[in-house]
Design a protein. Structure first.
Length: 149
């Protein structure tokens, strides 16, 4: 990054503020008791996985088709908004304080749901911009992925 070139860090910061405010608002809709499944955090993290999958799939398909998106899109939406929106630390603390059976259910739902939604989102994102992810290109790639030719 060139000296004085702050548009990417600024986009991440603004996006992070937006995502954090959204997470706070959704968290206020379901203030779970300490021993209950934290549905708000579960919904936030699983929906964030879906949205990140959509973004990555769309960027991957656009790049593969020679239509690279603006350089600020992924940092603003992916790192900023979705990074501020999702929360691994809250998930970890909540899981640690739940009764064992509830904690196991929370962890399984979060991990399996997040992975499934990310995969679904990646496929949907690619389809939305004009092409399915198939065969060797089924793994979404980003423009700065070292595996790209």
């Amino acid at each position: 990054m060139a000296a004085g070139d702050l548009h990417i860090p600024a986009a991440i910061g603004v996006g992070g503020g937006i995502g954090s405010i959204a997470r706070y608002g959704i968290g206020q809709l379901d203030p779970s008791a300490a021993d209950q499944l934290p549905l708000a955090t579960l919904a936030i993290n699983v929906s964030g996985s879906l949205l990140l999958g959509l973004l990555v799939g769309a960027i991957s398909a656009s790049t593969a088709a020679g239509r690279a998106p603006r350089a600020v899109l992924r940092p603003f939406v992916g790192t900023g908004i979705l990074g501020g929106y999702t929360t691994f630390s809250t998930f970890a603390v909540q899981a640690n304080h739940l009764p064992a059976p509830t904690a196991v259910a929370y962890i399984v739902l979060s991990v399996v749901g997040g992975l499934a939604c990310a995969a679904l989102g990646a496929r949907a994102g690619a389809l939305l911009v004009g092409g399915p992810l198939t065969g060797a290109s089924a793994r979404p790639t980003l423009p700065d992925d070292p595996d790209l030719p």
